[in-house]
Design a protein around this ligand. Structure first.
Ligand code: AHR
Length: 309
C-alpha cells in the first residue's frame, strides 16, 4: 500500500516541499495503526510530502520500498525496521545516494552508526524492566515459586528482544520467579489468542500465575483464550502487557488486565521535527527516547479518557 499526503498549497508556493519516504513495517497492531496515523497527520501539518509504503511484515518489501525512495530522490528516508538484523547493505545504498536516514520505533543492528542520523523511539529494555518490577511487587505476598508465561512479539524485532531481556534481567536474581513457557505470537490479537490456548493445554504450573505479554493486542487475545478456558483473566492469571492502548485500558478497567507499560506510538511530530532539522543542516542526537510510564487497574478508569491511541 502506498499513501501520499500532499502539503497545503500555500506551503508549496513558498518553497519546494520536503519529501519524506517512510517504510512502515506493517499493520499488525493497534499501536501500529496509531503510529501510521500519527505520521500521516504530522506530515500534513508540517507541510512535508510523505510517501508511505507499508511492508506487511516483510523485510524484503522494506528494501524494495527504500530502493523506490532512492530512485525518486526523496530528501529523507525514515524506516521502522521489522527485524533488527540485515540492514547494512540497504543502508549503505542509501548513504551512497546521499540521503539521510532516520530509524523510527525499532532499531537496526549495524556496526557503522554513520549509516543513520538518529534513532527515535522507546526504550524497550526499560519497558521490560518496568513490567518485571510490577510483577515482582504484585506477587510479593505469594509464597513459593511464581510461574510466568510469556508471549513474545515478532521474532528478531527490537521490542521483542529488548522487552524479553529487560524482564529477565530483573527476575534473574530472584530464586522464586521463573519463566515456564514462552513463544512468539507476532504482536497480533489472533496470535496471542492461539498461543495462549496452547499454553493452557499444558499443565497448570506452566501458565499459572502470571502472563507477561510483549504487547496489548496479544494480551487481549490471550484474555479471550483464558475466558474460553473457564478462567478469569486478571484474577486467575495476573496479566501485564506493553503499549497502553485505549483498548487495553478498557480491559484494565474491566479487571481483565492488571497493568500496562506505556509505549508511545505518536512519533509523527518528533519525526517531522527531525526531518526539518536535518534539512536545515542541524545536528541531531543519535538517540531520542520518548518518556513513558506504567499504569495499573487502580488508575485505568480515570486515565482511559486521556488515552490518545
Ligand atoms: O515496535 C513497537 C511494537 O510493535 C509495539 O509494542 C507493538 O504493539 C507493535 O506491533
Amino acid at each position: 500500500a502506498v499513501e501520499t499526503s500532499l502539503p497545503p498549497t500555500a506551503n508549496s508556493e513558498a518553497a519546494k516541499p520536503i519529501v519524506l519516504g517512510f517504510s512502515q513495517l506493517g499493520s499488525e497492531s493497534t499501536w501500529r495503526e496509531a503510529n501510521t496515523a500519527s505520521i500521516r497527520e504530522a506530515a500534513g501539518e508540517a507541510g512535508i510530502t510523505l510517501i508511505l509504503k507499508n511492508a506487511g511484515q516483510d523485510q524484503q518489501k522494506q528494501f524494495d520500498a527504500i530502493r523506490s525512495f532512492i530512485r525518486s530522490k526523496v530528501d529523507v528516508i525514515a524506516i521502522a525496521p521489522v527485524v533488527q538484523s540485515g540492514w547494512e547493505t540497504i543502508l549503505l545504498e542509501i548513504k551512497q545516494a546521499g540521503i539521510p536516514v532516520i530509524l523510527l520505533d525499532r532499531s537496526a543492528n549495524v556496526e557503522d552508526s554513520s549509516l543513520y542520523v538518529t534513532f527515535i523511539g522507546s526504550d524497550f529494555y526499560e519497558e521490560g524492566v518496568k513490567a518485571a518490577k510490577y510483577v515482582i511487587d504484585k506477587m510479593r505476598h505469594h509464597s513459593g515459586v511464581i510461574n510466568i508465561a510469556e508471549l513474545q512479539g515478532t521474532v528478531g524485532s527490537t521490542p521483542s528482544i529488548d522487552r524479553g531481556r529487560g524482564f529477565r534481567k530483573m527476575i534473574g536474581d530472584k530464586q522464586n520467579f521463573r519463566i515456564t513457557v514462552t513463544a512468539p505470537a507476532d504482536f497480533t490479537q489472533s496470535g496471542g489468542r492461539e498461543v495462549m490456548k496452547r499454553f493452557l493445554q499444558q499443565p497448570r504450573e506452566k501458565w499459572s500465575h502470571v502472563l507477561y505479554s510483549h504487547n496489548d493486542d496479544m494480551a487481549i487475545g490471550a484474555a479471550e483464550a483464558i475466558i474460553e478456558a473457564g478462567l478469569i483473566p486478571g484474577t486467575d492469571i495476573i496479566i501485564v502487557s506493553v503499549d497502553g492502548t485505549r483498548r487495553a485500558f478498557e480491559q484494565m478497567a474491566a479487571g481483565r488486565i492488571n497493568a500496562v507499560v506505556e509505549c508511545n506510538p505518536l512519533l509523527g511530530p518528533l519525526l517531522m521535527q527531525a526531518v526539518k532539522e536535518i534539512m536545515a543542516g542541524r545536528t541531531l542526537p543519535k538517540r531520542m527516547v520518548t518518556p513513558e510510564g506504567i499504569y495499573t487497574q487502580e488508575l485505568a478508569g480515570m486515565e482511559m479518557e486521556n488515552r490518545k491511541y
